[in-house]
Design a protein around this ligand. Structure first.
Ligand SMILES: O=P(O)(O)OC[C@@H](O)[C@@H](O)c1c[nH]c2ccccc12
Length: 293
């Protein structure tokens, strides 16, 4: 779709090239990592799939996660072809897509969570295609308007990354880079254009809980930290307190997705039962609280 067509779509969106108001306020992600840096804490960064099992439950879970001590929340946009995801998140995406969750409904959830008083920064996690389907101009306009502070696009084509970075910077959204042990020759380029924090992928392959990590991961994280001033978070496979504690020694944040998504999945029957819902929400809160170090 041509840019002019996109900008025509979005009534009120900035015309192509028009600068949106410069943002004075620091990004919530920067503030969070600065606060944690002062107290020596490690950011706990949960991931969940928006709309799994439904939008109201996602909102309730987001509130519980903040009460559990989560510092930054990855809001996953469900997608039909989650090629970097293991079976747990693939199933969550399929359930959410049954609820017809789109990028727009995910942004509504972010706004509604703020209206409920949730303060933690939201990182929208989406594959590239849902952004293109929304339209680039409209996507960034709406993401900014609905309080998104960060953006992770695991399959962003390298040749598109400059344009996306410009668009994200313009609305004060941190385009968070993913680096993997295989990124070596391009890592400095990736880090130079990084914003918010750097997401180190602990291991190759797809998301999903792992019993152990290859021993090179510590050296990889140390190498990334030596090449950037941005906070560094690690994700992929982390599922328990002991693993969080191990990585908290090395970096500034830890991402936990599949273990939380699986906990939600297991509790869906109780979450859907009015008599058991509150207790199920409490169990999710306790699972997340156990990961906060
Ligand atoms: O699920 P795990 O193994 O805890 O990893 C975090 C991961 O779920 C989340 O950050 C994520 C979900 N889908 C992704 C695709 C690529 C990279 C990262 C992700």
């Amino acid at each position: 779709m041509s840019h002019s067509a996109e900008s025509g779509l979005a009534a009120g969106a900035a015309q192509e090239g028009e600068r949106l108001p410069a943002f004075e306020a620091p990004n919530r992600i920067e503030e969070t990592f600065r606060r944690l840096g002062e107290t020596g804490g490690t950011a706990l960064i949960p991931f969940l799939t928006v709309g799994d099992p439904d939008l109201d439950t996602t909102l309730d879970i987001i509130e519980q996660m903040e009460k559990a001590g989560a510092d930054v929340l990855e809001l996953g946009v469900p997608y039909s072809d989650p090629l970097a995801d293991g079976p747990v998140i693939q199933r969550a995406s399929a359930r959410a897509l049954e609820q017809l969750i789109t990028v727009r409904t995910c942004l509504d959830v972010a706004r509604k969570a703020r209206e409920r008083g949730v303060q933690m920064p939201f990182v929208l996690f989406t594959y590239y295609n849902p952004i293109l389907q929304t339209g680039l101009d409209l996507f960034f306009e709406e993401a900014s308007r609905n309080g998104i502070s960060g953006l992770i696009i695991p399959d962003l084509p390298y040749e598109e990354s400059e344009d996306m970075l410009r668009r994200a910077d313009r609305v004060n959204i941190a385009l968070i880079p993913l680096v993997a042990p295989t990124s070596s020759e391009r890592i400095d380029k990736i880090l130079r254009s990084g914003r918010g924090f750097v997401y180190c992928v602990s291991s190759l392959g797809v998301t999903g809980e792992r019993a152990s990590f290859h021993d090179g991961v510590d050296a990889f994280i140390r190498d990334v930290k030596s090449r950037t001033d941005l906070p560094v978070a690690v994700g992929f496979g982390i599922s328990g307190r002991d693993q969080v504690e191990r990585f908290a020694e090395l970096c500034d944040g830890v991402v936990v997705g599949s273990a939380i998504v699986r906990t939600i999945e297991t509790l869906i029957p109780d979450l859907m039962n009015a008599d058991k819902r509150e207790d199920a929400l409490l169990q999710i809160r306790e699972f997340v609280a156990e990961l906060k170090v």
